[in-house]
Design a protein around this ligand. Sequence first.
Ligand SMILES: Cc1cc2nc3c(=O)[nH]c(=O)nc-3n(C[C@H](O)[C@H](O)[C@H](O)COP(=O)(O)O)c2cc1C
Length: 459
Amino acid sequence: MWLTRILSLMSRRSPSPSSPDRPAKRQRLSHLTKESFKNGVFLAPMVRSGALPTRLFALQHGATLVWGPEMVDKAMLHAERVVDPVTGVVSFNGKSRAMFTTHPIEKPYLIFQIGSADPDLAVQAAKTVMHDVSGIDLNCGCPKPFSTHAGMGAALLSNPDLLCSILTALRAAMPPEITVTAKIRLLPDQADTLKLVERIVNTGISALTVHCRTRNMRDRDAAMIGRLREIVDFVAGMGKGIAVIENGDCTSWEDAKRIREATGAHSVMIARGAESNPSCFSTSPLKDVEQTLAPSYIRLANYLENHWGLTKFCVAQFKAQHLSIKKADAKLFREALSRAKSHQDPVLDSIYAPDALSGEEEMRLIVNAIESRTETSFRMVLPDPSASAPADPSPSVESSEKLDDTLTITPPGTQNPEPPGTGAPLLPANELLREVPALVSGKDPVTPSPHITDLTTAA
Ligand SMILES: Cc1cc2nc3c(=O)[nH]c(=O)nc-3n(C[C@H](O)[C@H](O)[C@H](O)COP(=O)(O)O)c2cc1C
């Protein structure tokens, strides 16, 4: 096993420049366009959980694009940009800590999300990061009081003039190769939602994500994906070629396919499913995450000098099916994690297999996987429903553009033996029933707080 992994590592290294058999270099994305937001399965913006190592693992395992955690505009204005000469990690540092970290390898796929209630501040924040990202997204959906009381997040949904002025300012200030997008929630009324969508699309954005819950809905309320098709058709009717991205209750590649077929959405975005398992984008996501993903994550995070509290928080969220490890072993792992005080704490030694890769080797695997991608890698192209009926009427993953096998990094032997897609939401049979919990719940916030407080509290 040790030898196999090292050999696989070596075989992924670039051949020497003099090698006559060197394969032609694959074409890489130069910059994103409206089309880049179509046929994708994306990592959602997640404060804390969307940390750099999570985004890198998501890309390694098939996420088409990744959104960074929301950063409030003001926080970025005085950030100092520092590049680590060894790892290449780019940090935007505040007074006491890095507020946002990225790595150049993710830049072609990285969307930076801003929380803002002011066009000028949003533009300044976007300018601070624009050389390190491919797109800027405006958060118009966070229902948490820390966001809404300042007029940001979901508060923008009831202030469309301000919302649109921020998007317009961003579009005007950003160079054309930087996309500008928005992430909204549904309004309680569908006609109001369409009016808002029309205004947003007219600002010149490249894509629109719709979290199919209203501001007052909780995560446990089923996403109202039944409302999305009308929005998709409406945006298509505007003729601007804008992608509509579904968000809400998708947990896997198979779910994404079913949701796209049910809603007509161009792409799907996954949040909590990826928080539990950043490899959920793969057609064969990792199982036994305590033994597979978690050790790799901790080593990579250590190499990238991720904050330990953040690493610990992210790893503690991991959850997946157990195939070969016993419950008792998973429990031992969680106990070790909760006792650990740093990435290198000896209490963690027991979680590593003797052949475990170093953090640098993990990074090299990820870099090689990402560099091997082409513009069509990890795209989910569905059959055109308007085309004549296919020979095989039962849609399967083969009918989508399948992941390039050579690029599927999930190790063999970890296939899911169960029928996939069990978590996919069905179209609501009764919209009113779906609405009830939201109406009852009043103004309960949905998005978890970004705990701007000291991250070490997670340690
Ligand atoms: C831990 C966590 C942090 C989140 N942070 C953000 C954020 O920074 N920006 C944002 O627009 N949404 C944020 N969300 C909301 C998600 O992006 C997504 O809209 C929501 O979880 C629904 O998707 P899901 O059903 O796949 O979880 C967050 C969600 C979670 C679970």
